[in-house]
Design a binder for this molecule. Structure first.
Ligand code: A3P
Length: 287
């Protein structure tokens, strides 16, 4: 595949054409009917989406691992904007668990007037960048990321799939105090997963016993997810994802950026970060 065919451009952003089309993105925006009982997992890429696709079904099953051990993650929590979204979501009974990378302004028109719940997970953008860089190197349906230095520039300019990290967080952060919105960071999940699970259970209106919380934490641990064929993308053919280069579930830690960024790259990133986040009152990831 030559490079220009790897992405489509929609609303000024790049979307991997393997799984997105103009029709699928238009369907998501114009036709999809959000329901009050819907639960959306919303993330910028490489921020913990797959982790949440494991956790939320486990909350609904009170820790019973059967759903996550028998249903692939893209079916148990389908992607709204992907080509498969319409078929997988339209007739699904409530509560539907839905994944999306969309920024606020591209969400379904019906979403804005619904009481649908949003679980928004964010991650240190330097770690999301590192994770994305490795992902681009192992996934043949994504463009060649270039050198790490070049990829930093693309990331900071938003010339990457799904657009700018800054635009994403700026579009969703203002909703943080709404009752139907739960904001979580990847880092708090790494630090205290059980604490995050309790918050999530309360938010979703699920009474989780101590045993259930423990079972969910255990099943969704990085090492366990890495072994779970329904969650580790090992079913994807090697021509599309080369797990010999790096695993989709790669390291699963906070702060790996420190092993990749030079001092100069860190300073450059931080100065762009400060400038782009000015006025947002967003307390995370300043250095
Ligand atoms: P790394 O590449 O840094 O390891 P997404 O699902 O949004 O694409 O994000 C993928 C990132 O989340 C990868 O980061 C992946 O390893 C990490 N991840 C997935 N499941 C995880 C888990 N259970 N615990 C910690 N990190 C996890």
């Amino acid at each position: 595949m030559s490079e220009p065919q790897l992405n489509i451009v929609h609303e000024g952003m790049m979307w991997p054409s393997l799984v997105h089309s103009e029709e699928s993105l238009t369907y998501a925006r114009e036709e999809f009917q959000a329901r009050d009982e819907d639960v959306f997992i919303i993330t910028y890429p490489k921020s913990g989406t797959t982790w949440m696709q494991e956790i939320v079904p486990l909350v609904y099953s009170s820790g019973d691992p059967t759903p996550v051990q028998t249903i692939p993650n893209w079916q148990r929590v389908p992607w709204l904007e992907q080509k498969s979204g319409k078929e997988l979501l339209e007739n699904r009974p409530s509560p539907r668990l839905i994944t999306t990378h969309l920024i606020y302004r591209l969400m379904p028109k019906s979403f804005y007037t619904s009481k649908a719940k949003v679980v928004y997970v964010t991650r240190n953008p330097k770690d999301a960048l590192v994770s994305s860089f490795h992902y681009h190197n192992m996934a043949s349906f994504l463009e060649n990321p270039g050198t790490f230095d070049e990829f930093i520039d693309k990331f900071l300019e938003g010339k990457v799939m799904f657009g700018s990290w800054f635009d994403h967080i700026k579009s969703w952060w203002p909703l943080k105090d709404q009752d139907n919105f739960l904001f979580l960071t990847y880092e708090e999940m790494i630090q205290d997963l059980q604490g995050a699970l309790v918050k999530l259970g309360e938010f979703l209106g699920k009474q989780l016993s101590g045993d259930a919380v423990e079972a969910i934490a255990n099943q969704s641990k990085f090492d366990n997810m890495k072994q779970n064929k329904m969650s580790n993308y090992s079913f994807v053919p090697e021509e599309l994802m080369d797990h010999k280069k790096t695993n989709f579930l790669r390291k699963g830690i906070a702060g790996d950026w420190k092993n990749h960024f030079t001092t100069a790259q860190t300073e450059h990133f931080n100065s762009v970060y400060t400038q782009k986040m000015k006025g947002l009152n967003f307390p995370f990831y300043k250095d």
